[in-house]
Design a binder for this molecule. Structure first.
Ligand code: AMP
Length: 310
C-alpha cells in the first residue's frame, strides 16, 4: 500500500558520551523513510534540502526505494541543521541549536503520483507544513500518523494542536506528552491527548520501551525496548520507530489495534538498530535476516505462558 512520508531532511551535529559527529545526515524523514523502506516500497518523500545536501545521500535513499520527486532542492540555500547533546543516561538530551534554514518557508508540493496514498506519516517538522500536506491530498489517507517535538510546542502550540486534532495516531515521547498536557502521570497525559483528536497514541520512553493507547476502547499495549550492550547514538530512534510502525502497517494494509501491537514491535526493532551507530548508518545496510532475528528476540523477551488460576 502506498506510503507518503513528510518531515525534515537535515544535517545533524551530535555529542554522546561515546563520541561526537559535527555534520552528518539526519532529519526525521531520513530516518522514517529508511526504516519504512524495509516494509513498504516506494516510500514517497516530501521534504526540502539546500544545495549543500550531498547528492550521493539522495541517491542512497533512492536505492532504498524512496521516491524523491517530492524532495525540493533549493540550490542557493542551506539545509535544516540540528545539534544535540545526550546526557550520560543516553535517554535525555539537550538541543544545542536548531537552524530552520530551508524549512523556514517550506511550501510542500504533492506530486501527482503521490495522490491517492493510503498511509501518511507526518514526521517532525512545522505543524503548518504537516497540515498543508494533509490538506493538499485530494483524498484522506486510510491512516494518518503524526510525530512532533518539544520545539514546536514552544513556538507553534496553537498550530500544533490544530494538526493533532486531524490525525489518527500521534507519537510523542514521555517528556513531550507531559509538556503537551501538563500532566505528570502518563495515563492522565494519554487521556488528555486522546481528547485532542487522535484515536491512538504512542508514548515512546526511550530505553524503557513504548506504550500504545487506543482511546475508545481504553486499551493499552506495552513493548519494552530490547536491552542492548552498546548504544552509541539515540538520535533518530523515535523516527525509526515511526518508520517501522507505519511501514509495517502499510505493508499489511491493516490499521487495526491488534495489528498496531505488532507494528509497535517492528518499530521498536528498527529503533534498536538505529541506536547502535551514529546517525542513520545502521539503517542503511540492514539485512532482512537481522531484522527478523531481532523481532524474534522481542517475542522471546515478552512471551510467557503463566496460566491464570484465579
Ligand atoms: P529523534 O531522535 O527521533 O527525536 O529525531 C532526531 C532527528 O530530528 C534529527 O535527525 C534532527 O535533524 C530532527 N529534528 C530535530 N529538531 C527538529 C525540528 N524542530 N523539526 C524537525 N526535525 C527536527
Amino acid at each position: 500500500m502506498s506510503l507518503l512520508v513528510v518531515g525534515s531532511v537535515a544535517f545533524d551535529a551530535i555529542e554522546t558520551p561515546f563520541g561526537k559527529r559535527d555534520r552528518i545526515i539526519g532529519g526525521a524523514a531520513t530516518y522514517i523513510s529508511l526504516a519504512s523502506s524495509y516494509f513498504a516500497k516506494p516510500v514517497n518523500l516530501i521534504s526540502v534540502v539546500g544545495g549543500d545536501f550531498p547528492k550521493d545521500d539522495i541517491k542512497m535513499m533512492q536505492r532504498h526505494g524512496v521516491d524523491t520527486q517530492g524532495l525540493q532542492i533549493k540550490e542557493n540555500e542551506k539545509s535544516f541543521f540540528w545539534s544535540g547533546r545526550y546526557h550520560n543516561d543516553m535517554n535525555s538530551r539537550d538541543t544545542l541549536d536548531t537552524q530552520l534554514n530551508v524549512l523556514a518557508d517550506f511550501d510542500p508540493v504533492v506530486p501527482a503520483s503521490y495522490q491517492g496514498c493510503e498511509y501518511l506519516m507526518l514526521g517532525n517538522l512545522s505543524p503548518d507544513v504537516q497540515r498543508l500536506v494533509l490538506e493538499r491530498l485530494q483524498r484522506r489517507p486510510k491512516l494518518v500518523v503524526m510525530d512532533t517535538m518539544n520545539f514546536w510546542m514552544q513556538i507553534a502550540l496553537e498550530s500544533l494542536r490544530k494538526t493533532i486534532s486531524m490525525v489518527d495516531v500521534l507519537t510523542v515521547n514521555d517528556e513531550e506528552a507531559r509538556q503537551l498536557t501538563g500532566e505528570y502521570s502518563l495515563l492522565k497525559a494519554a487521556r488528555a491527548i486522546l481528547k485532542m483528536g487522535p484515536k491512538y497514541l504512542v508514548i515512546k520512553k526511550g530505553e524503557h520501551g513504548a506504550l500504545l493507547f487506543h482511546g475508545v476502547e481504553d486499551e493499552i499495549f506495552y513493548a519494552p525496548a530490547l536491552p542492548l550492550e552498546e548504544v552509541f547514538d539515540p538520535t533518530g530512534a523515535g523516527d525509526s520507530f515511526a518508520g517501522g510502525f507505519i511501514g509495517y502497517l502499510a505493508s499489511c494494509n491493516d490499521a487495526s489495534f491488534a495489528n498496531m501491537r505488532n507494528a509497535v514491535i517492528v518499530g521498536s526493532a528498527l529503533a534498536s538498530f538505529t541506536v547502535e551507530q551514529f546517525g542513520p548508518e545502521r539503517l542503511i545496510d540492514l539485512k532482512r535476516d537481522d531484522l527478523a532475528h531481532r523481532i524474534k528476540s522481542f517475542r522471546k523477551l515478552t512471551q510467557f505462558d503463566y496460566e491464570l488460576s484465579i
